[in-house]
Design a protein around this ligand. Structure first.
Ligand code: SF4
Ligand code: SF4
Length: 261
């Protein structure tokens, strides 16, 4: 794909964090399918997790069905299916979502529907509870709420989920970056003298605030939201964060507090 055609996520996008976190936990390779709808017009159909927002699920489902033939041995072992909050609500009740999940559950597959709870109506306990009920109606055996930016905390749980056949829904709860009108955190910074230039941070996160300018990665302080996703993936630990001493709970509280209006 040409670079100009690639979707651009916002700095601090919780959808991207969810995608990166799940993909790292489940791993790549044969028998693993990642599909779904990031549901963001800013990201569009070229998001790694996604198709477009309006009508995206309808366009995706035929591909999803093809990738999971149902009876032959080549079908994927683990299917990760991203669903946006409002889209789950809109689609539940018709066969758009429940049919493939029910089918897979009966076939003994491992399916991880990842519900992206980041729109305005789903930032409180009531909204999350509603999504959890819909996920159960759509065939999920269990529902777990996670913070997509708590990458280490999420990954152990997701790895365990990906071992047990059945439909295990995850609600990734974190406000859309565009709703956070007050910056929740100070920007991160790369220690340019210690950066080894591996570009792992750039390639994994795809964050527009992060670029590689030889010989090191560079963070645009004006664009960076301080989400620290890139810091979690730097193996040499040279991305410095002013929030490094905060707990995941404190960071989560700051993100929700930054949503105004
Ligand atoms: S992952 Fe770390 S070491 Fe590698 S380019 Fe990014 S900041 Fe530098
Ligand atoms: S902390 Fe890293 S991933 Fe997060 S917005 Fe800043 S540069 Fe992007």
């Amino acid at each position: 794909m040409h670079k100009a055609q690639q979707g651009i996520c916002c700095p601090g996008c919780p959808h991207r964090a969810a995608y990166v976190t799940v993909k790292d936990a489940v791993g790549r390779g044969r028998g693993k399918v990642f599909c779904g709808d990031a549901g963001c017009p800013a990201v569009g159909e070229v998001h790694p997790a996604a198709t477009t927002c309006p009508g995206g699920m309808a366009r995706l489902l035929p591909r999803y069905a093809q990738a999971i033939p149902g009876k032959d041995e080549a079908r994927p072992k683990v299917c990760v299916h991203f669903i946006r909050d409002e889209q789950l609500v809109a689609a539940c009740g018709d066969d758009g979502i429940s049919a493939p999940l029910d089918h897979l559950a009966s076939e003994g597959e491992i399916v991880l529907p990842c519900i992206l709870a980041s729109s305005k109506g789903y930032l409180d306990n009531e909204g999350i509870k509603r999504l959890a009920e819909l996920a159960e109606q759509a065939g999920a055996a269990d529902v777990t709420v996670m913070d997509p930016f708590d990458t280490r905390g999420c990954q152990d749980i997701i790895r365990d989920m990906a071992e047990v056949p059945g439909v295990h829904a995850i609600i990734f709860a974190s406000p859309c970056a565009l709703l956070q009108t007050a910056h929740p955190a100070e920007p991160a910074e790369v220690d340019h003298y210690s950066c080894v230039g591996c570009q792992r941070c750039v390639q994994i996160t795809g964050c527009p605030a992060l670029s590689f300018q030889p010989p090191s990665a560079v963070i645009d302080a004006d664009a960076c939201s301080g989400c620290d996703l890139c810091a979690d993936y730097c193996r040499t630990h040279v991305i410095l964060s002013p929030c490094a001493r905060m707990t995941p709970e404190e960071r989560r509280a700051a993100r929700y507090a930054a949503v105004r209006g």
